[in-house]
Design a protein around this ligand. Structure first.
Ligand code: HEC
Length: 199
């Protein structure tokens, strides 16, 4: 019995160690996970960890949905860590020190430029406006979500809409993200978020 308990602790420690390395994950894997995998895996807060990291089945599954056949073993590991983090912490993960203001928008795009996951940092309670100008006329879906998966905006912007300016209201000081999905590659001239002053 003693031996059994000992083995159990070693196993638990190994699993926890793997799941804790979320800080080392590349921005690209985070962006892919939060756009392409989130469709089905978002908000899975079961606490149950994913185990079959090296199996052929999960490798095929990940390659297929990441739309990337050349995915490395290391990247597959990163996806497992991200999924485990979400299941355990019930939060979205993006590297904390990376913020939209200091980085080019391309850093937050998937390889096909059809999806973006843009960290807006901590937004304080209040009203905001978002202005967008795309390089070409393309329709796309835009969501604003908090790191707790609360949705604040979920709109489809059709290519015929010329003036792309929207307002939204934030009720809680926390981290927010913009998720953008398009059927065609999408490039921006402008993507600006401003606090609307209420007098
Ligand atoms: C169309 C829906 C869908 C998409 C998109 C999707 N998955 Fe899955 N995934 C599933 C289902 C269903 C299962 C099996 C049930 C489960 O364990 O959640 C699964 C299982 C998994 C597992 C094994 C979980 C375990 O507990 O062992 C991993 C890892 C995984 N997916 C990662 C990913 C990654 C990474 C992406 C994006 C590149 C992705 N999935 C995209 C539906 C999807």
């Amino acid at each position: 019995m003693k031996k059994f308990i000992y083995i159990f602790f070693i196993l638990a420690a190994t699993v926890l160690y793997c799941a804790d390395k979320v800080e080392d994950i590349t921005l690209k894997s985070c962006v892919t996970f939060n756009t392409l995998c989130s469709k089905c895996h978002e908000g899975e807060c079961s606490g149950r960890l994913a185990f079959n990291e090296g199996s052929e089945k999960s490798t095929y599954h990940i390659k297929r949905y990441a739309e990337n056949d050349d995915i490395s073993n290391n990247e597959i590991k990163e996806f497992f860590t991200l999924l485990n983090f979400m299941k355990k912490e019930c939060l979205l993960f993006m590297p904390e020190d990376i913020n939209y203001n200091q980085h080019k928008l391309e850093s937050f795009a998937t390889t096909t430029f059809k999806e973006y996951f843009i960290p807006l940092g901590v937004l304080k309670k209040g009203n905001y406006s978002i202005s967008i100008r795309t390089k070409e006329d393309v329709s796309f879906r835009m969501e604003l979500i908090s790191k707790h998966f609360d949705s604040y905006l979920d709109i489809t912007i059709y290519e015929s809409i010329k003036k792309k300016e929207f307002e939204f209201k934030i009720g809680k000081d926390t981290n927010y993200f913009l998720r953008i999905k398009s059927k065609k590659p999408l490039y921006f001239d402008i993507l600006e978020i401003n606090k609307v002053s209420t007098k």
